[in-house]
Ligand binder design. Structure first.
Ligand SMILES: NC(=O)c1ccc[n+]([C@@H]2O[C@H](COP(=O)([O-])OP(=O)(O)OC[C@H]3O[C@@H](n4cnc5c(N)ncnc54)[C@H](O)[C@@H]3O)[C@@H](O)[C@H]2O)c1
Length: 338
């Protein structure tokens, strides 16, 4: 490849427009490009995708340029890229960018394996480029309100429900890597602690991989947490509850309503209030945070190490194989003890 690569000078001096590219013009990449095209001090150089129909769709939706391969984007010169290609390509694409000193935001999960994730982290560190992982839920204003509500509290337990119908395109991962990894990241972020114990229950009702997962965790700080996720619910739901010694916080991540119960009295009474929640589009907030850390050289909001740690826990959850879901009625009468 004969490439210009990084447009350089990203962190030096006055605020100039960063030259940014997007890799992958699928569902997420098109959204990245749409948001980047509307950000101040950003020049969206273009979007890369090998599929002509995906390139045409991006050109039509976003009005940006589109390239058939990475080299064309590198030749244009970019300071930073977001990688929204399929997960199995993250490693190869991330390393190609890092070698050219291009800062990267990698969609979640950072890679298909922990080793590949660690390789990306090590390469970014030794090249001194910014690496952020796209755990976009952290930028959901409802999640930010929950995080603020529990700040300084003694957290006891966390429950997260993330359910919905089967995705229109079935990928080669199950609900744990596709969905639960968001919540594993949230549990680690809320508790600011590592997950040290994992008790997964997985089942496959329709898909080959797990499509139902009930995951229990204990963090190093002693918090108990569980995730209930599946692709068998006819509607989407994303709910978080956090119990602390002083509060019970409930958040609906879709309606963005966050409520806290507090002031528990010996007679069982308590007070309740809705908390203020912002209106930002999570992806916009995420991309602004990424570009800010590119400009300033500060530690990104979701580091590569955090992305790897969440992936590692998700993969540990997959160590026990998914069993077929109970589709047949109970055989024989229930045993009665005694
Ligand atoms: N943060 C989130 O909430 C979230 C949600 C969905 C997907 N994702 C992640 O985003 C990534 C993409 O997922 P998606 O749902 O957009 O998938 P998608 O299949 O819609 O898009 C992937 C795109 O990458 C393109 N592609 C394939 N090979 C490429 C290459 N060598 N170079 C550039 N582009 C290439 C494909 O043609 C396709 O257009 C995955 O890692 C996925 O886990 C994150």
């Amino acid at each position: 490849m004969s490439l210009k690569g990084s447009a350089s000078g990203a962190s030096a001096g006055a605020r100039h427009a960063l030259r940014v590219g997007v890799i992958g013009a699928g569902v997420m990449g098109s959204n990245h490009a749409r948001v980047l095209a509307g950000l101040p001090d950003v020049t969206l150089v273009g979007i890369v995708d090998p599929l002509p129909e995906h390139r045409s769709r991006a050109i039509e939706l976003v009005g940006c340029r589109a390239f058939a391969d990475l080299d064309e984007l590198f030749t244009e010169g970019v300071d930073a890229v977001t990688i929204a290609a399929p997960t199995h390509l993250h490693h190869e694409i991330a390393l190609a960018c890092i070698t050219r000193n291009i800062h990267i935001l990698v969609e979640k999960p950072i890679a298909p394996t922990v080793q590949e994730g660690r390789d990306i982290v090590a390469a970014a560190r030794s090249a001194g480029v910014t690496l952020m992982v796209g755990h976009v839920e952290r930028f959901n204003p409802a999640v930010a309100a929950i995080k603020q509500a529990i700040s300084g509290e003694d957290i006891l337990s966390i429950g997260i429900t993330r359910v919905g119908p089967f995705p229109p395109r079935m990928s080669n991962v199950g609900v744990v890597i596709d969905l639960a990894v968001h919540d594993i990241d949230l549990i680690r972020w809320f508790t600011e602690s590592d997950i040290v114990e994992v008790q997964p229950q997985l089942s496959s009702a329709i898909a080959e991989r797990e499509d139902i997962a009930l995951l229990q965790f204990r963090t190093a700080s002693g918090v108990l947490a569980h995730i209930n996720t599946n692709w068998l619910t006819p509607f989407k739901a994303r709910n978080v509850t956090v119990a602390t010694r002083g509060k019970y916080v409930m958040g609906d991540l879709l309606t963005r309503q966050v409520t806290e119960c507090f002031g528990f009295k010996p007679d069982g009474s308590y007070s309740m209030r809705h908390l203020p929640v912002g209106h930002d589009e999570p992806l916009r907030a995420e991309l602004i945070a990424f570009l800010e850390s590119v400009r300033t050289g500060s530690v990104p909001a979701v580091s590569g190490d955090e992305g790897v740690a969440s992936l590692e826990i998700a993969i540990r959850c997959l160590e026990s194989p998914a069993r077929p879901a109970a589709s047949t009625a109970r055989k024989g009468p229930r045993r009665i003890a005694g």
